[in-house]
Design a protein around this ligand. Structure first.
Ligand code: UD1
Ligand code: CA
Length: 474
């Protein structure tokens, strides 16, 4: 079909009261993106000339998001008249007078619906010449959904909303999925006839189907093959269920593409993450945002990796990594906190109980134990001793520390920024580096050790320490 003849209306104007949230329902996320994003991405991939999100509640939060991520969308604002039918009517007002063709309607709270399903609906719709084609599903628990009433020849008769249904109708397990293809002219005509005499006093889109039948056109109710595709999210239980299913599908997709995932139930991979072949993901791992992992790398157990780029053959264990670049064959963890601006060079190591931020660490350099490295540049093949603090903050401003290549710093150092330690320099244990250290020098803080002879025997007589000392001296 030529793209000129298709418009997609995405309903996102509802209040979402059942979420009990300050965040608009359709901005709640699954697999790292708001439901609104998933549904607008699908709508945008249908090759339609108009993608029309209809918004109202919390529009000041939705509108900038849509402008940022879907600049081609034609936003429509629903007025104060409530209901999905009114929402579609408002959506259609965006179309030019001479528009003609098919209108697809989807909901921003049905996030797993895919392009292929909508395209096959459009095919059925166009080839049959029906006035409307809608998707149905059979649910064990149909609570909340509109029920599909069929006639003696199994033909579509009507959709009855849960709140308006009789006991007999409530027993129907086939439900309206909330996904439709309409003929544009018929849709307009039928919408004009739909009233608000129902339990919610709303203008229901579902009543359009009955009106189209009254206009003498066929309505096709098409059962969906995969119920998850049409699962709606009205509350947080459904958000969790739909989110878990999407995550399961994402994990399955990566496994089929060559990634080993030990436990998909405790592995959470955003739809925006990209993994190479032969990556291994161990339990309790979250891969969030724009994250990439190179082949042969092992991530986990219990790693949070957010907006980070990881090279090949890297190992990251029990750590939190955000906004970092970790190059090939580097190792991180266990128990480290890698903050934005960290760049760990190839073969480098950030070990145990280390926090880094704005730190460029050269190839082969190591920070093995108990350190804070902030606002720093470290050259290649240097070793930062256990318990070293890069003191980057003077209480008002942050300052930079530069450490050269092949530096060996002693344990329990403080580098008071701004300060520089040149190539091949050493620092002794316990040094507070306040002055630059030249290449090849040894820096040490001169606070000579003093031993007070016999102090324990005199001042702590009778203690186990004094007894032990006495015995050692016998
Ligand atoms: C709707 C259908 C129901 C179907 C179910 C499938 C109607 C009357 N009912 O019920 O038959 O089984 O979806 O998931 O259509 N919205 C607006 N403006 C409004 C009201 C809602 O844009 O005034 C939007 C919502 O943001 C949401 C969508 O329309 O994205 C559906 O609204 P919702 O209130 O969730 O309808 P359901 O009760 O789920
Ligand atoms: Ca819904």
């Amino acid at each position: 079909m030529s793209e000129k003849h298709l418009a997609v209306v995405v309903l996102a104007a509802g209040e979402g009261t059942r979420m009990h949230s300050a965040t608009p329902k359709v901005m709640h996320e699954i697999s790292g993106l708001p439901m609104l994003h998933h549904t607008l991405a699908t709508a945008s991939n249908l090759n339609a000339s108009y993608v029309i999100p209809v918004i109202r509640h919390e529009k000041e939060k939705l509108e900038p998001y849509i402008h940022a991520f879907f600049p081609k969308a034609h936003i429509s604002h629903q007025d104060e008249l409530p209901g999905t039918g009114r929402a579609v009517e408002c959506g259609l007002s965006v179309l030019p007078d001479d528009f003609n063709g098919a209108v697809v309607v989807t909901s921003a709270d049905v996030p797993l619906l895919d392009v292929a399903t909508i395209e096959s609906m459009i095919d059925v719709h166009l080839s049959s010449g029906a006035g409307a084609t809608l998707l149905t599903a059979v649910f064990d628990d149909a609570t909340g959904y509109g029920r599909i009433v069929r006639g003696s020849r199994n033909e579509f008769v009507a959709i009855v909303e849960h709140r308006d249904a009789s006991l007999e109708e409530l027993a129907i397990s086939e439900v309206n999925a909330g996904v439709y293809v309409f003929d544009y002219q018929l849709l307009k005509e039928a919408l004009a006839k739909v009233g608000t005499s129902n339990a919610a006093s709303e203008k229901y889109l579902t009543d359009v189907a009955t009106e189209i039948k009254k206009l003498g056109k066929e309505v096709i109710a098409l059962p969906v093959s995969d119920n998850w595709l049409v699962a709606g999210v009205n509350n947080r239980v459904q958000l969790q269920q739909v989110g878990a299913e999407l995550n399961r599908r994402i994990c399955e997709g990566w496994m089929l593409a060559g990634v080993t995932i030990l436990d998909p139930q405790t592995t959470f991979i955003d739809i925006t993450a990209v993994l190479a072949e032969d990556v291994t993901i161990l339990p309790g791992t979250h891969l969030k945002g724009i994250t990439r992992i190179g082949s042969g790398s092992t991530i986990g157990p219990e790693v949070m990796l957010h907006d980070s780029q990881v090279g090949k053959d890297v190992s990251i264990v029990k750590s939190h990594v955000n906004g970092a670049v970790i190059e090939d064959e580097a190792t991180v963890g266990p128990f480290s906190y890698i903050r934005p601006g960290t760049h760990l060079g190839a073969g480098g190591k950030i070990g145990t109980f280390v926090e880094t931020k704005n730190a460029v660490i050269g190839a082969g350099s190591k920070i093995p134990h108990l350190s804070y490295v902030g606002d720093a540049t470290i050259g290649e093949h240097s070793n930062i001793g256990a318990g070293t603090i890069f003191a980057n903050y003077d209480g008002v401003n942050k300052h930079h520390t530069t450490v050269g290549s092949h530096v060996r710093s002693g344990s329990h150092n403080v580098f008071v920024a701004p300060v520089a330690i040149a190539d091949g320099a050493y620092t002794a244990a316990g040094t507070v580096v306040r002055k630059d250290v030249a290449a090849g020098d040894l820096a040490m803080s001169l606070a000579p050790q003093k031993n007070l002879a016999g102090w324990v025997l005199a001042q702590r007589a009778g203690t186990s320490s004094a007894e032990a000392a006495k015995k050692a001296k016998e």
